[in-house]
Each structure stands twice: as structure tokens, then as C-alpha cells.
Design a protein around this ligand. Structure first.
Ligand code: F6R
Length: 260
């Protein structure tokens, strides 16, 4: 797991990394598409701003398929706070990409378990995730894998913790009772199969989770620690988010190797 500490360029650096990977991807018969896993949330807004800009400047998503990490269960797809709506508003409405290239879990499927199983299968059929982009919760969650989630879990239905519900209430007029309590999410095991992982973290609220990511031993109370054993994970953090990480860890980080 590598730390990439930056002044305030988390979204830009991550978008630049995606751009480089998409541009250098060579489509073949066996692997026609670059598989990109994408998050929602406040941290991702800046990332998409830059990605839209890069696409407007000529970056092509013709050979990209996207899989969103998660979606609320039971929230209508056209609800302004559904992850379907978030992705349309922040990315897909502004770039050239067909519906067939976009995959988002259906939180209103008649059988949620089957929906999760099919999603996992679809990822596999595309040859697995090439690049996973995520954020991190204050409690160390990635996607909606809350503390206690099994490290080998696949796409599944998850109960949200009160901590996450409270954090997400800001998107629902600050009203906790409006926040869905369940979600469909890729599992930690799904994430571990990705060839590369980028986790974006901004602001002091994330500093404790990043402390555990780098300084704690692997444990399911801090889901982020699963990535300690992933061979190519980059945590891209601003100064505030990286504040609790030790000097020794920081000395081992390098920006140049990340961008190239
Ligand atoms: C969203 C997701 C979540 C968020 C995390 C951070 O698709 O998977 O894990 O990445 O909750 O959210 P923000 O960026 O709003 O702090």
C-alpha cells in the first residue's frame, strides 16, 4: 500500500492516473474493455470534474466499461440522491459513453441477492477490474463494507452503520430518517481482485481512518486494512487526511512513480 500525499490535488491526480491507464489500454479480442470501478460521494466530485474536462479535451471512453461500487437499496433510481443520479449528474451526462458500458447495481431489483451475484459474474466476464477507485469512510469503510465485513466478501447486500447513515444525512437535508439503511456493494474480496486500487481521502475527518490504514495491523474493524496485502494500492491523500500517518511511512512515499 503506497501513500501519495498531495497539497490539494487528490481529484486531479486520480483523474490523471485514470486518463493515463485508459489511454495506454490496448483492446484485444480476449480483453476488449478496460474495466473501471467508480465511487460516488463528496470526495469523488472533484475527480469527475477533471475526468469530464479530460474527456472534453479528447480522452475517449470507447473502450471503457464502468462498474459502480455500490447503490442504496430501495431508493428509487431517479431519486436525486441515488447513485444512479449522482453518476449521471457528475460524469455520465457529460461524456461520450453508451448505456451498455455503464454498470450500476439495481437497488430495486426483485431479488437483491441475485442482483449481487449477477454483478459479480458480469465483472468476471469482462476479465475483472483493472482499476478500482474508491473513497474512504471515517470508520475505514470502502464501498459500503462497514467494520466487521469479511475480507473475502463478494458483492452483497449490506446494512449501513449509524456512523455512515449520520455522515450521509448531509445528502438528505440532514434528516437521518431519510437515509436508506441498506445498500448493495462490491465486497472486500471483489476489491482485492482488482489489478490496481486508488483510495482518495481528503480532510481531517479521514485522518484517523488513514492512521489505521497505515499504522495498524490488518483487522476487520478497519476494512481499509484489507488493502495492506494488495500489491498495487495507492492512497491519495491531502495533508489534512494524512496528518496522523507517521513520518516513517511518509518517507517511503513517492509521487513520480504514481503519475507515470
Ligand atoms: C461511495 C462509497 C463510499 C464513499 C465513502 C466516502 O460510492 O463507496 O465508500 O467513498 O463513504 O464518502 P465521501 O467522499 O462522501 O466522504
Amino acid at each position: 500500500m503506497y501513500l501519495i500525499e498531495t497539497e490539494n490535488n487528490v481529484g486531479f491526480l486520480t483523474a490523471s492516473y485514470i486518463k493515463n491507464r485508459v489511454k495506454s489500454f490496448v483492446s484485444t479480442k480476449n480483453k476488449p474493455y478496460f474495466v473501471l470501478a467508480l465511487p460516488t460521494g463528496g470526495t469523488a466530485i472533484d475527480l469527475y470534474k477533471y475526468l469530464v474536462k479530460f474527456c472534453q479535451e479528447g480522452l475517449s471512453f470507447d473502450k471503457v466499461v464502468t462498474f459502480n461500487l455500490d447503490e442504496y437499496a430501495g431508493l428509487p433510481e431517479n431519486h436525486p440522491e441515488s447513485y444512479h443520479s449522482f453518476m449521471a449528474k457528475n460524469l455520465f451526462d457529460h461524456i461520450k459513453i453508451s448505456k451498455e458500458q455503464i454498470n450500476i447495481l439495481n437497488g430495486n431489483a426483485s431479488n437483491l441477492e441475485t442482483e449481487c451475484k449477477n454483478y459479480e459474474e458480469k465483472i468476471k466476464n469482462y476479465g475483472g477490474i483493472d482499476l478500482f477507485i474508491g473513497g474512504i469512510g471515517q470508520n475505514g469503510h470502502i464501498a459500503f463494507n462497514e467494520p466487521g465485513s469479511a475480507f473475502d466478501s463478494k458483492t452483497h447486500v449490506a446494512d449501513l452503520t449509524s456512523n455512515t447513515i449520520a455522515a450521509n444525512a448531509r445528502f438528505f437535508d440532514g434528516d437521518i430518517s431519510q437515509v436508506p439503511t441498506r445498500a448493495l456493494t462490491m465486497g472486500l474480496g471483489t476489491i482485492m481482485t482488482a489489478k490496481e486500487v486508488i483510495i482518495m481521502a481528503t480532510g481531517a475527518k479521514k485522518s484517523h481512518a488513514l492512521y489505521h490504514a497505515f499504522e495498524d495491523k490488518q483487522n476487520t474493524n478497519w476494512p481499509i486494512t484489507v488493502l495492506q496485502k494488495h500489491p498495487r494500492t495507492f492512497i491519495v491523500a491531502d495533508k489534512a487526511a494524512a496528518a496522523e500517518i507517521s513520518k516513517t511511512t511518509k518517507q517511503n512515499c513517492g509521487l513520480c512513480s504514481f503519475i507515470n
